[in-house]
Design a protein around this ligand. Structure first.
Ligand code: BGC
Length: 353
């Protein structure tokens, strides 16, 4: 029997009362077409059997994701596709392929098509103002997700632009706390110093910056001494982190007590290298990530990761769907929607699988 997890629960409550209706539009090469929760090339699903009511006006929504090949954003976009589809909206999702000019072209195509709302996960947060300036003459509302633009950017398009995200300071703090909650409080060799390496995401991304800063701040705020051996620029990427942690283990060996990773993809890469050299998480090294990807949650349950932090894709996609619906229906929209992170430990991990 399948246990009802928090994700299931949130998913069940995410449907904001609309009948699913298939209002699919033509599938482009790198786009996927929703109104059902299917992948890009999947044929019309059971949603087609529902009466094609034009729920909430049958709006068209364009979504720009910075890169499909990102584990966390893959969960997030599947949620968005599902929830917006359940509202009867026709949804097209484009892959920015981690290239801002590709994403800008995609935005221009959506503008020509005259979509009702754009949901944008910018490739470069620093391009957010240019994105707003491109879109604002059309009057099309924007829901920024995942990569927080400056407040001035949101202010420049009043009542038409909002941000849905999670405060990355909280996730960093939780990572530090996970280390403080271990038996040795992160100081495995008992020399009074927590010695660590850090695998960082995209340096331009506020999530990477805050997680790097606040994970360590939690330790120093608790009166701990810390030593950073090296900060690696791994760009949220599992393979890069695997290579860098392998090198770090070869170079620093037993000195490394904690491996902090700004996300779980990199933590899973780090774990591969940790296991390869015969080190044991929880015994002679600690490892933390962020996102609560299924593989990472499993690793926490198995004792192969010290902990992770739930980056609530369900909650964020629910909030982004709600903001979109409000724009479609001409209702007032807040400027910010924040979703809490949650600490995931061996004790509660099963709830997040
Ligand atoms: C997630 C990362 C992801 C990044 C993309 C972060 O919030 O934790 O896993 O790669 O967003 O912008």
């Amino acid at each position: 029997m399948k246990m009802i997890t928090r994700r299931d629960f949130l998913k069940a409550s995410a449907v904001v009362g609309a009948t699913a209706a298939l209002t699919a539009c033509g599938g482009g090469d790198s786009s996927s077409t929703a109104a059902s929760s299917t992948a890009s090339s999947a044929p019309a699903s059971s949603a087609a059997e529902e009466p094609a009511e034009e729920a909430a006006g049958g709006a068209t929504i364009g979504i720009c994701i910075y890169q499909f090949a990102d584990n966390f954003m893959t969960l997030y976009r599947a949620d968005l596709e599902e929830y917006l589809g359940e509202l009867g909206y026709a949804v097209t999702i484009m892959d920015g392929k981690n290239d801002q000019s590709t994403q800008t072209e995609q935005i221009n195509t959506f503008l020509q098509q005259g979509v009702d709302v754009l949901i944008i996960n910018p490739v470069q947060t620093t391009s957010a103002q240019t994105i707003v300036d491109t879109i604002s003459p059309s009057g099309i509302p924007i829901v920024f997700i995942n990569r927080e633009p400056d407040k001035a950017v949101l202010d420049s398009y009043p009542d038409k632009c909002c941000y849905v995200g999670a405060d990355a300071r909280q996730s960093g703090t939780y990572q530090g706390e996970l280390i403080l909650e271990t038996e040795t409080q992160g100081d495995i060799n008992g020399d009074g110093v927590i010695t660590y390496i850090m695998c960082k995401g995209d340096p331009e991304n506020i999530d990477a910056q805050y997680r790097t800063e606040y994970s360590i701040k939690a330790l120093t705020d608790a009166g701990k001494q810390v030593e950073c051996l090296y900060e690696y620029l791994d760009n949220w990427d599992q393979t890069l982190a695997q290579q860098d942690v392998a090198n770090a283990l070869a170079q620093y060996g037993e000195q490394i007590e904690v491996v902090f990773c700004n996300n779980d993809a990199m933590a899973l890469g780090a774990l591969q290298s940790i296991q390869q050299v015969g080190r044991t998480v929880g015994t002679d090294i600690y490892l933390v990530g962020v996102d609560a990807l299924a593989d990472a949650v499993q690793a926490v349950m198995d004792g192969n990761m010290t902990g992770t932090v739930l980056n609530d894709d369900v909650g964020q996609a629910t909030a982004a769907t709600e903001a979109t619906r409000l724009y479609v229906e001409g209702e007032p929209v807040e400027q910010y929607y924040w979703v809490d992170y949650v600490k995931v430990t061996p004790e509660n991990a099963a709830e997040y699988l």
